[in-house]
Ligand binder design. Structure first.
Ligand code: 5GP
Ligand code: ZN
Length: 150
């Protein structure tokens, strides 16, 4: 889909801090992270809703999301916990209509900070983007802890 920003990232028409890619999916850093390390896993083909994906692709997305979460743990980016989240449809707060799994690192007691960041980015259309160098470094730290056989 030409206008879809995530398709543009897949096609390398738009820059992104890429963590991992294979035939089915692409993993990259969220440019407006709710927490440092906020990562997105997307299918390479355009679909807005989770149910539109082939079973194989859907299962692969979650397999890769789990590997990303483990890599974040091993890299010390995720310490206490994480949210794995799909906003499926506009009514469910989906802003980019291309399926994506959020992997969001969480720390004990960070709810107020997360809620505040979430609110301010909504008021300010996602808020302030993180500097590319910082996102690239984070992507590289996660990549180094991913297994070679996802
Ligand atoms: P949604 O609200 O649709 O579940 O999540 C979309 C996510 O995509 C948001 O967390 C937002 O920060 C992120 N996002 C929006 N535009 C871009 C972009 O151009 N590049 C990257 N890397 N992430 C984006
Ligand atoms: Zn798309």
């Amino acid at each position: 889909m030409a206008q879809c920003i995530f398709c543009q990232i897949v096609n390398k028409e738009m820059p992104a801090s890429i963590v991992y890619e294979d035939d089915l999916c692409l993993v990259f850093m969220d440019i407006f992270p709710i927490k440092l390390g906020h990562t997105l896993i997307i299918p390479k083909t355009h679909s807005a809703f989770l149910h539109e994906l082939d079973d194989k692709v859907r299962q692969h997305l979650f397999k890769v999301a789990n590997a990303v979460l483990q890599a974040q743990r091993d890299a010390g980016i995720t310490r206490d916990g994480a949210n794995l989240l799909v906003n499926d449809g506009k009514a469910a707060n989906q802003h980019v209509p291309h399926v994506h799994v959020h992997v969001l690192p969480r720390d004990q007691g960070d709810l107020v900070k997360v809620a505040w960041t979430f609110l301010t980015r909504m008021l300010n259309f996602f808020g302030k983007d993180k500097k590319r160098a910082k996102l690239d470094k984070m992507a590289s730290d996660i990549r180094q802890h991913l297994p070679s056989d996802i």
